[in-house]
Design a protein around this ligand. Structure first.
Ligand code: ATP
Ligand code: MG
Length: 287
């Protein structure tokens, strides 16, 4: 028996490099980018797995593989014990419910022409027919969960602050009751105070809904604050995986040491944290 929600085994994702005219004429073989290059990891029930590494190391690509937004070049992904590596059509739609993604760019990922109820309700609509009235009532019920007023159903994304838009993204992920949310840089566009609110909200939601998170970030202080384990990615592979404290305080791999030395916030406690996150009482400090 395993408590893994997701099991990634020996996963590869290679992207072909766009071929130049010169190479095509000379018949020089196509090169590929090894974005994810032989990665194995479990994401367990109710855990937060942090994923850190320099830009271009393959973090987003791995997140997209887990959500099956990319197809694997090689390897397998199991979700809840079921092989989802090559699922298509309705099978793939069903797993979309269980694994949601909050994208790196909260502005670009929200369609500016749609209203809140349409944006947040979209994943539910994608799962099957649902009436407008029902969708609106489901969204209205959900908004307070992420700290937004239920009455903002007819607003547009540009009417929200950066933190507000990130809450909308979160609500959109939650509406289909996922088991795992891939959070790609969930707080990178936000100032420190708002980062704290969003991170606290994530912790509260995880506890209340039994969620698992794959949290991709450059913010090591945030990983220290919310993650249980952390994986350090380097050139498409894992340099190191382990318990957050072990990896951040006693890194073994030279790359992890170099990465932590290069990041300004790596050794500090988060500026917002006066206490351990799991002690934040429900409904407090998480707006
Ligand atoms: N759709 C794509 N087509 C071609 N190459 C891609 C594609 N997506 C990613 N890559 C390449 O794969 C590598 C890994 O990219 P990825 O976006 O996963 O890195 P990352 O660790 O998320 O970086 P960042 O921290 O900057 O977001 C990079 O070299 C990138 O250029
Ligand atoms: Mg990325």
């Amino acid at each position: 028996m395993t408590d893994a929600i997701v099991e990634v085994r020996d996963a590869y994702k290679h992207f072909p490099v766009t071929q130049s005219f010169f190479n095509a004429v000379k018949r020089i073989s196509k090169e590929v980018i090894h974005a994810v290059d032989g990665v194995s990891i479990d994401i367990r029930e109710k855990e937060t797995l942090g994923l850190i590494g320099e830009s271009g190391s393959g973090k987003t690509t791995l997140g997209w593989l887990v959500a099956r937004l990319h197809n694997l070049t090689r390897g397998t992904i199991r979700l809840d014990g079921k092989d989802i590596t090559t699922l298509e059509g309705s099978g793939l739609r069903a797993i979309r419910r269980k694994v949601q993604v909050v994208f790196q760019d909260p502005v670009g990922s929200l369609d500016p022409r749609l209203r809140v109820w349409q944006i947040v309700g979209e994943p539910a609509r994608a799962q099957g027919p649902v009436s407008r009235a029902e969708l609106r009532s489901r969204v209205a019920e959900l908004l307070p969960t992420v700290g937004l007023p239920g009455g903002s159903l007819d607003q547009y994304p540009h009417e929200f602050s950066g933190g507000g838009r990130q809450r909308l993204s979160l609500a959109r992920a939650l509406i289909v009751h996922p088991k795992l949310i891939v959070l790609d840089e969930p707080t990178s566009a936000l100032d420190v105070a708002v980062q704290a609110q969003i991170l606290n909200r994530l912790v509260t939601l995880q506890r209340e809904m039994g969620l698992s998170y794959l949290m991709i970030t450059h913010n090591v202080a945030a990983v220290r604050y919310v993650a249980d384990r952390v994986a350090v990615m380097y050139l498409g592979k894992f340099a190191e995986v382990g318990n957050v404290r072990d990896v951040l305080e006693h890194p073994v791999h030279p790359y992890t040491k170099a990465l932590l030395a290069a990041l300004p916030n790596a050794s500090s406690t988060p500026p917002w944290s006066g206490r351990a996150p799991r002690c934040v009482p429900p409904g407090r400090g998480n707006r």
